[in-house]
Design a protein around this ligand. Structure first.
Ligand SMILES: Cc1cc2nc3c(=O)[nH]c(=O)nc-3n(C[C@H](O)[C@H](O)[C@H](O)COP(=O)(O)OP(=O)(O)OC[C@H]3O[C@@H](n4cnc5c(N)ncnc54)[C@H](O)[C@@H]3O)c2cc1C
Length: 310
């Protein structure tokens, strides 16, 4: 039984972990990656105290601080959060369950899913979301990238430094991404572009082995043998696995007060997934700090001002 489970390992979640650990809360972080969306920033020029490098380097520092405070980060996708009497049960897509007295939601804007068979099963076992983070896993392997925007094109460019063969699969007959990126991708020798096709099923045993795609014009099915697949089809605000526990606004952002409380006691939220404006790394880090200090008040039955240097 943890004092707090923090869902999300981006700026908000890792900051919450640092503050929770310094308050001696028994904390666990669950994230689909370590670093969140900030790792996608090629230059990080607006995080005070950090100069002139990319977002990935900044998030490695966050991660090291969390590690040095002995907070465990579990890699996985949370599929459900349930309140049972005063405690919480957090379920992962691989059916593991963790229990805690409180939960901090810090899972940001969520990469959109395809919602096709095999997607949950092979997530993290061949299916990935950030090429900038996971591309080195696919050195000399065959991978697919799904999508037609700049994120998908960027992923192909990164993967082309590692993978032997890359399929770029897009449902339309042209890309939405910038022309300059399209041209760079088209010039790559190890990329096969498959347009007007949609993914229909991921297959494998314990790991992903193949992807079945369907031509949208004649419905012809084709199975591609793969070692990995990057799903790059955009981001959304996702609340389905906590929907009974939180209120949301018209953009599906979680309603919080200025202390990061949601409508459910013991459930806090911080960062890009909330109604708080100005979605930035620095604001998410600050909100993560606030959520952890409010959480500490909740766990120890305290109220009022909490400061971290006492
Ligand atoms: C390309 C790009 C460039 C950017 N550049 C800048 C910049 O220069 N400066 C700046 O300040 N901001 C920048 N941003 C915005 C900044 O990255 C975000 O505001 C910030 O990452 C939000 O932090 P967060 O912790 O709230 O969410 P995120 O960083 O999105 O972290 C969310 C975490 O939750 C995890 N997660 C999601 N769903 C689940 C689930 N179901 N189960 C378990 N874990 C889950 C994710 O894996 C991740 O670890 C940029 C964003 C992008 C996309």
């Amino acid at each position: 039984m943890y004092d707090v489970i923090i869902i999300g390992a981006g700026a908000a979640g890792l900051s919450a972990a640092i503050y929770a650990a310094r308050r001696k809360l028994k904390a666990l972080v669950i994230g689909m990656d370590k670093g969140g969306q900030t790792i996608l920033a090629s230059r990080m020029e607006n995080y005070p105290g950090f100069m002139g490098d990319n977002g990935s380097s900044l998030m490695r520092i966050f991660e090291k601080q969390v590690h040095d405070l002995n907070v465990e980060i579990v890699l996985g996708r949370v599929s459900n959060v349930e309140k049972v009497e005063n405690d919480f049960k957090v379920k992962l897509s691989n059916n593991e369950i963790y229990e805690s007295k409180s939960v901090i939601l810090a899972y940001g804007k969520v990469p959109a899913q395809l919602n096709i068979p095999g997607e949950e099963k092979f997530f993290g076992r061949g299916i990935h979301i950030y090429a900038v983070y996971d591309a080195p896993l696919f050195k000399d392997k065959t991978v697919a990238v799904i999508g037609g925007g700049n994120s998908a094109l960027d992923s192909v460019l990164i993967l082309s430094n590692y993978a032997k063969k890359i399929y770029l699969i897009h449902r339309r007959n042209e890309f939405r991404g910038e022309q300059v990126n399209v041209e760079k991708v088209r010039a790559l020798k190890n990329v096969e572009i498959i347009l007007e096709n949609v993914p229909v099923e991921f297959k494998g045993d314990d790991k992903l082995n193949s992807l079945v795609i369907k031509n949208i014009n004649d419905n012809e099915l084709k199975e591609l043998n793969l070692d990995g697949c990057f799903v790059e089809i955009g981001y959304m605000n996702k609340v389905d696995f906590v929907k009974d526990l939180v209120d949301v606004n018209e953009k599906n952002e979680i309603v919080v007060d200025m202390y990061c409380n949601t409508k459910t006691k013991g459930l806090f939220a911080a960062g890009d997934l909330t109604i708080i404006p100005y979605k930035q790394t620095i604001t998410s880090a600050g909100e993560g700090c606030k959520a952890a200090l409010t959480c500490d008040n909740y766990i120890h039955g305290k109220t009022g001002l909490v400061i971290d240097w006492t």
